[in-house]
Design a protein around this ligand. Structure first.
Ligand code: EPS
Length: 372
């Protein structure tokens, strides 16, 4: 019987990807968080400074509308990069936690926040690190964003792919218009500058009320060539859905028109092919699990943060009824910081599939006709 040297743990699920793999580790209030990225092609120039922009876009404390925890998020490259270039060996990245305030969790260490993973982690492991939610904290997404910086760069340099996202809904509020140029000009990643004062006052009132709200984030990859993704069990949309769904608080994912397809007719939904290219993109750039060459379009729904000041009924470890109030530095809308995380997950999935496509089908080359 052949002996497998495959040692990746499939049980504990802290890794994802097949050829471009990312394993994250660390807890919100532990000494550090980090990741190991394996399978990155050699020769990609990468410097510590290149992580700054995306880490800052995701970070807490950048506006009054997010958690006020202040982390420097200084990244250290421990391995896999020599003289400014990836070597093809595992890339280990580390960020030391510096602003933990574990006393905030003293009251809830003995009880379960309603709507939080506190309860399910306890049922699964029989032990939990309650400080900052431990491993279930959104702090972990820092390392996804860091790994995503590498994937975004490789995709851009090697294939001209650009991955961008924006916030497309907070509560009932949707953008009045759309302009990519507006997205990076406000703390919400919102595509209509005129709406920003409305969002500011909405969030101020929400924060004062002690409650939280849900949100929707859209993410788009331009420049993806046709052919990435696999049929049946390795579909690009399947992997993308799993990757986006793995982000904290995500309860729904749509690809292309998503759930709107329910009310559509075939004559309306199909993306007709003309001499000038596809006439529309209802499919979200994926057919049969494989990219069409159009923009890959996904959207995710994030639930309202469960850590809120409004008392909620729960039980404690002794099984007694309690009212839970969560104090501390929480995000009233976790979706506000989710845009860079969604971009990172899209980039990681695309890079993995680019390498998988190259591995099996690299000799196929471009097929004719190629739709512009
Ligand atoms: C989080 C709760 C807060 C946030 C944290 C995510 O943590 P703490 O209570 O320890 O301040 O600040 O977000 C981050 C630290 C981060 O870097 O994203 C949670 O419960 O998920």
């Amino acid at each position: 019987m052949p002996v497998s040297l495959q040692t990746t743990s499939l049980v504990s699920s802290n890794s994802f990807g097949q050829l471009f793999t990312v394993t994250t580790f660390g807890e919100s209030h532990g000494p550090a968080i980090g990741c190991v990225i394996d399978g990155c092609p050699p020769g990609l120039p990468i410097a510590v400074e290149e992580f700054r922009a995306d880490l800052d876009r995701r970070a807490t404390g950048k506006s009054r509308h997010t958690s006020q925890r202040r982390e420097a998020d200084e990244i250290e490259i421990l391995s896999g990069v020599y003289e400014g270039k990836t070597t093809g060996t595992p890339i280990a990245l580390l960020i030391r936690n510096t602003d933990q305030r574990s006393k905030d969790y003293g009251d809830i260490a003995q009880s379960f926040r309603p709507g939080h993973a506190d309860y399910t982690y306890w049922q699964k492991y029989g032990i939990r690190d309650p400080r900052g939610g431990g491993r279930s904290s959104a702090r972990e997404t820092t390392m996804r964003v860091a790994a995503g910086v590498i994937a975004k760069k490789w995709l851009a340099e090697r294939h001209g792919v650009r991955v961008r996202g924006y916030l497309s809904q907070i509560g009932e509020i949707t953008p009045g218009s759309f302009d990519w140029a507006a997205v990076e000009q406000n703390p919400f990643f919102w595509p209509d500058a005129h709406d920003v004062p409305t969002l500011e006052s909405y969030m101020d009132a929400l924060r004062k009320s002690g409650d939280s709200v849900g949100a929707r984030v859209n993410v788009v990859a331009d420049g993806v060539p046709p052919g990435w993704g696999e049929p049946i069990y390795g579909k690009l949309d399947g992997d993308l859905a799993a990757a986006l769904m793995s982000i904290n608080a995500v309860k729904g994912v749509e690809i292309g028109d998503g759930f709107e397809v329910v009310a559509q007719h075939g004559s309306q939904h199909r993306d007709e092919i003309t001499m000038d290219g596809f006439a529309s993109n209802h499919a979200g750039g994926i057919l049969g699990g494989i990219s069409t060459g159009q923009a890959v379009v996904a959207s995710m729904a994030l639930k309202p943060t469960s850590s809120i000041l409004i008392p909620g009924r729960s039980v404690n470890l002794a099984g007694e009824p309690v009212d839970v109030v969560t104090k501390g530095r929480h995000d009233p809308c976790v979706g506000i910081r989710a845009t860079p995380i969604a971009e990172a997950m899209m980039a990681l999935v695309l890079m993995d599939h680019a390498l998988r496509h190259r591995a099996q089908c690299g000799d196929v080359g471009e097929m004719s006709p190629r739709i512009p």
